[in-house]
Design a protein around this ligand. Structure first.
Ligand SMILES: *[C@@H]1O[C@H](CO)[C@@H](O)[C@H](O)[C@H]1NC(C)=O
Ligand SMILES: *[C@@H]1O[C@H](CO)[C@@H](O)[C@H](O)[C@H]1NC(C)=O
Ligand SMILES: *[C@@H]1O[C@H](CO)[C@@H](O)[C@H](O)[C@H]1NC(C)=O
Length: 378
């Protein structure tokens, strides 16, 4: 038996409805421009060429509790999809950083950003945010199918022609599956963990059914939820019970997370999804090295980062993570940050490289020249 017990104590810290935006942000016109001709290769996609955004994941993608009023932990059952760091579209970028809000600076007609509060099956709210609270990696296979079907049933999306970006953020609910996973330490030639196989199965559905898609997978939250100091009255605790009641230590959990992250990198580096020129898979590893929770002052956890249950992210937490995710996306593969300082909201949003203004992929990061195509301004 496995169990994920979340010990939720009320966060009574003064949680303001704080947020993080990027007022008046823009980049050089040359970097903001779309391609002269719609690109045919995933390695030549300018940010303004992205027409559709989608997301798969769990409650951190559904953005549970992100807009919950201070002191109202029950509001954490509400899915504030419009604030989700990957795909939320409630506010402007001036007020709230999400990948969708940044991409709308490049293409105001972006389709797929989620709006308001509600579940994944309500198009008017979710749009292409397929995240479901409690989802494990096995569940994103069904989400990938739902994403394909939803895209096909909405005429504003040209499934054949439009470039699509899908963010997958999964893993927090898998951690306790570890002790049941016979493949976790597999050393067979094609040995992969169940987590890795689930990601591959989901991405394969997208790969086989949707042309013109760039994918990025973001690593999931690692240790910082477990490392919130217990001297605070308000904390979240992971407890996994494996057979014979063995408890995971923080180090065990960290080891499992590293295993999952290695699996994702393996999928990227083996080029499994680079067989078609119009599809690719990129890992955004900025969570890998984060060991500390966000601090408001030395040693004091910044509770404004969290929803009133002290686990999910607040609107400010989503904005902060959205900023770091974007900054990681614009870095070339092989040179991506593997840790960020969640305590420092002043980092700001970076611009895509002027010398290689394409969505960074394994191929164009090695050799931009052979993937270079003209922009509408050239
Ligand atoms: C953004 O631009 C507006 C209009 O130009 C200006 O009034 C405002 O002060 C700017 N905000 C920031 C934070 O630069
Ligand atoms: C996997 O390997 C690690 C390191 O060798 C070990 O600590 C862990 O107990 C192993 N886990 C399983 C499920 O065998
Ligand atoms: C992170 O940012 C905070 C706030 O600017 C700063 O006090 C702290 O030293 C930084 N931590 C690291 C490891 O750089």
């Amino acid at each position: 038996m496995r169990r994920l017990i979340s010990t939720l104590l009320l966060c009574s810290a003064a949680l303001g409805l704080k947020d993080l935006g990027a007022p008046n942000w823009s980049c050089d016109a040359s970097v903001m421009a779309k391609s002269k001709k719609v690109p045919t290769s995933a390695h030549s996609v300018r940010f303004a060429d992205i027409k559709v955004i989608g997301a798969l994941g769990d409650s951190l993608t559904a953005a549970n509790g992100a807009g919950a009023p201070p002191g109202d932990p029950l509001a954490v059952i509400l899915q504030y999809r419009g604030l989700a760091f990957q795909i939320g579209g409630d506010k402007s970028l001036d007020e709230h950083i999400t990948i969708a809000n940044v991409l709308r600076k490049f293409n105001p007609n972006l389709v797929g950003a989620s709006k308001g509060i509600g579940s994944e099956n309500v198009w008017e709210v979710a749009h292409l945010n397929m995240g479901v609270p409690g989802a494990e990696s096995k569940d994103i296979i069904g989400q990938a199918r739902a994403l394909v079907n939803t895209m096909h049933s909405h005429s504003e999306i040209n499934v054949k022609e439009d470039w699509k970006l899908v963010n997958i953020f999964i893993g927090a609910n898998d951690i306790c599956v570890y002790c049941e996973d016979p493949y976790f330490n597999s050393t067979a030639p094609h040995g992969k963990t169940t987590f890795e196989n689930n990601i591959i199965a989901a991405v394969k559905i997208l790969h086989d059914n949707l042309p013109r898609r760039s994918i990025f997978v973001k690593d999931f939250i690692r240790k910082f939820h477990t490392s919130i100091p217990l001297d605070s009255l308000f904390f979240f605790r992971f407890e996994c019970d494996c057979e014979s009641n063995q408890k995971f230590t923080d180090d065990d959990i960290q080891g499992v997370c590293f295993g999952y992250m290695d699996g994702e990198k393996d999928i990227q580096n083996t080029g499994l999804f680079d067989d078609k020129d119009d599809f690719t898979f990129v890992v955004q590893p900025f969570f890998n090295g984060i060991l500390d929770p966000p601090y408001s002052s030395p040693g004091v956890v910044d509770m404004t980062f969290f929803a009133p249950d002290c686990f999910h992210f607040s609107a400010y937490g989503h904005g902060n993570i959205g900023m770091h995710l974007w900054n990681t996306i614009v870095q070339p593969v092989g040179f991506k940050q593997t840790s960020v300082n969640l305590s420092d909201p002043t980092v700001g949003l970076h611009c895509p490289s002027a010398s290689c203004p394409f969505f960074p992929t394994t191929k164009n990061s090695k050799d931009c020249a052979s993937h270079f195509t003209l922009s509408e301004l050239d």
